[in-house]
Design a protein around this ligand. Structure first.
Ligand code: S3P
Length: 166
């Protein structure tokens, strides 16, 4: 089992780059957030609002575990997948992990509206992004087999850089 997992902060380009890579490599693509929404029958903002972040992390872990039964996929993970110890362990076991690094400022510029990102919706999005990213940086690095700095690169260029490392 060797999925290709893309991890990184919100706005790092995981989904866009993941689709490009899946097409190039001929693997199916999975967006973990969308898979969670399908399984839970609710949107991510609704899951956070009604059940809280710990419940969301448990759903995220369960969805990741399901990939253990599937053939190789390119998987775009949610930005917070690394905060759960069990999910980090699963990522290591189930495939290779690429960390797409982005600054908080660039991430926010790419995201645009923070409406569907509950963790950025409760205050100043830039301050929240900087704090959250700082608290996660070492976790992304710990789980990653390789890191690609996405600053100033287009999604296709990021995909080139990932392919070059594989
Ligand atoms: C989250 C990132 C989101 C989504 C949820 C929580 C996070 O995914 O999983 O809102 O904790 O960083 P994206 O990184 O795809 O926006």
């Amino acid at each position: 089992m060797s999925h290709l997992f893309l991890v990184g902060f919100m706005g790092s380009g995981k989904s866009t780059v993941g689709r490009i890579l899946a097409k190039r490599l001929g693997f199916p693509f999975t967006d973990l957030d969308r898979a969670i929404e399908r399984s839970a029958g609710a949107t991510i903002p609704k899951i956070f609002a009604e059940r809280g972040e710990p419940a969301f992390r448990a759903l995220e872990h369960d969805e990741l575990a399901k990939l253990g039964e599937l053939p190789d996929h390119v998987v775009a993970c949610g930005g917070g997948v690394v905060v759960d110890d069990g999910s980090r362990a699963l990522l290591k076991v189930l495939g290779r992990v690429v960390y797409l690094r982005v600054t908080a400022d660039e991430a926010l510029a790419r995201i645009g509206s923070t409406g569907n990102r509950p963790l950025l919706a409760g205050g100043d999005p830039l301050a929240l992004s900087r704090t959250l990213l700082a608290s996660r940086e070492s976790l992304y690095e710990a789980v990653a087999d390789t890191t690609v700095d996405t600053s100033g690169l287009t999604p296709a260029q990021v995909a080139d850089a990932v392919e070059a490392r594989l």
